[in-house]
Write a protein that binds this ligand. Structure first.
Ligand SMILES: [Zn+2]
Length: 112
C-alpha cells in the first residue's frame, strides 16, 4: 500500500473513537425511538436538528456516516481524512483524532 497517512496505532485509536461515537448514537436512537425527547442531547454532540428531518432520521444518518468512516479506517482507505467533495486533507492525525467523523472541509461542510 502506498501513501499510508495514518499509522497502525493512530488507526486503532480512530477506530475506537468511531466505535464509541456509534455507541452514543445508537443509545440515543434507541431512546428517541422509545419516545424520549433528545433534541438537546443531539445538539450537545453536534447533531443539530435539520429542517424536515426527524431526530431518528438525523441519528440514523449519523450512524451510517460513522460506520462508513470506520470501514474506511479499517480498510486503510485513502479517502479517510479527506473532504468527501474535494479531497482536501482535513489536517492529518491530530485533526482526525479530535473529530474522527469529520469528512468535509469548511467549504463543503453541511453539504453531505
Ligand atoms: Zn471540500
Amino acid at each position: 500500500m502506498t501513501g499510508v497517512r495514518f499509522d497502525d496505532e493512530t488507526r486503532a485509536r480512530l477506530r475506537r473513537r468511531l466505535l464509541d461515537r456509534g455507541q452514543v448514537l445508537a443509545t440515543l436512537l434507541a431512546a428517541v425511538l422509545a419516545g424520549k425527547d433528545k433534541v438537546r442531547e443531539l445538539a450537545a454532540i453536534g447533531l443539530d436538528a435539520k429542517p424536515g428531518l426527524r431526530p431518528e432520521e438525523v441519528l440514523r444518518a449519523a450512524l451510517d456516516h460513522v460506520e462508513r468512516l470506520r470501514k474506511q479506517v479499517e480498510a486503510g482507505d485513502d479517502a479517510y481524512g479527506r473532504c468527501h467533495a474535494c479531497g482536501t486533507d482535513l489536517g492529518g492525525a491530530v485533526a482526525m483524532l479530535e473529530v474522527p467523523w469529520a469528512d468535509a472541509c469548511p467549504a463543503h461542510a453541511g453539504l453531505a
